[in-house]
Design a protein around this ligand. Sequence first.
Ligand code: BES
Ligand code: ZN
Length: 479
Amino acid sequence: MANTETLERFFSYVDQNQEHYVTRLREAVAIPSVSSDADHREDVYRMGDWLIGLFKQLNISYEAAEPGTHVLDGKTLKLPPILLGTYGNDPNKKTILVYGHYDVQPALIEDGWRSDPWKLTEDSTGRLVGRGSSDDKGPIIGWLNAIEAHQKAGIEFPVNLKICFEGMEENESEGLDDLILREANRYFKGVDAVCISDNYWLGVTKPCLTYGLRGISYFKVTVSGPGRDLHSGVFGGTVYEPMTDLIILFSKLVTSDGKILIPGINDDVAELTDEEKETYKAIEFKIQDLQSAIESQTNLFDNETQTLQARWRYPSLSIHGIEGAFSAPGVKTVLPCKVSGKFSIRSVPNMDPDKVTACVEKYLKEEFAKLGSKNKLNIESLHGAKAWVSSPNHWNFVAAAKAVEKVFKCKPDLTREGGSIPVTLTFQDALNKNVLLLPMGRGDDGAHSTNEKLDRSNYIQGIKLLGTYLHEVAAVKST
Ligand code: BES
Ligand code: ZN
């Protein structure tokens, strides 16, 4: 185990170099690496190059795997490289694989950002505001900062590190699963455990270790009819309107209080055992944490356990948007000829994505038939990933818990999460190794939302946490 003196030296080096780390994060946030927008693809490549520059600076050897091409907005585009770094190759040390993503969600100032989303801005309470600050640039740079701090402070690195950073996580991780399966016995060979820092604390004060994620099934439902957009004054009342049909269909998916109306969706949900019920009691979470994260009091439940269960262990259905609908300000009296609505279902153990798709298709077709409309219905399943649950008793988690105690002087909560990181299950299954989620940011960071932030203290303490985890995982008995 790393002695206290070594860790203190590491901590004090990190504290003294705060500004350097913030500047580094600022540089990364300034690159708008939005993977879901063809116009930003160059920026995603640029972000990959920026990381490669850092790899070189830190003597991390790397391969930049090119996963091929895909079609986005009708354009064939090169997928961003998957960076595979290797730091250390000592047969006497454990090998830890860390994963993260360098792409980000879109961000437009007019959506309600208080500052330019691509300019990391620190407010008076130490919040570093900018797109990707928490999801996931802060954490991935955190790993690299920890390496640098060891080098500069003259501390031996405790493990061999494999680093897998991708640039397509926010866009279904295209190409990643294939690469992992292909490389399982080459690049990923010898990995002892996996750690992903791409989620958040439950609240705003206490760190957690996460051992479960929900899966996701994403659907696009298109209703089309007329050959072109029509004037509602001329044709309204004389044609079957695609938008009307779509809205009626979507109104049958879920109730306002979150109950999914599609038959069969809830059938396979894992039973809530007494043992699982017990686990919620220990968790520090208040409805106010939720309210502060959603910046409102529009929570469905007033009860903490019910809220956590709804987020972690029951499915939910969310409606995301409608392509082709009139969305500009003003009173355009158009009658759109083709509209595509998008929704997704977050799935839980033991749901099967194929069955979810079958239930959705059957139900929507039946409900559409009931309308007696002459329009056409098309249902596409855009993405399907299973839920993941792991064992928080594994030595990987034990080491992380010790690291939390050393850095934060408290025991972490053991949590599951409502979001999805599909590669988690791929790593677990393809490498047959334990995967741990070790978050850096807080529950109110606003990932995917306006004014996403990472608190300076979470960033700096997070760098210490990731480094200390590597010391603890090196020392823990792996049997
Ligand atoms: N960092 C999130 C995953 C996450 C979200 C973890 C919430 C814990 C809580 C990740 O970047 C993400 O947003 N993933 C997508 C995956 C999807 C595109 C397949 C998600 O959950 O929507
Ligand atoms: Zn993320």
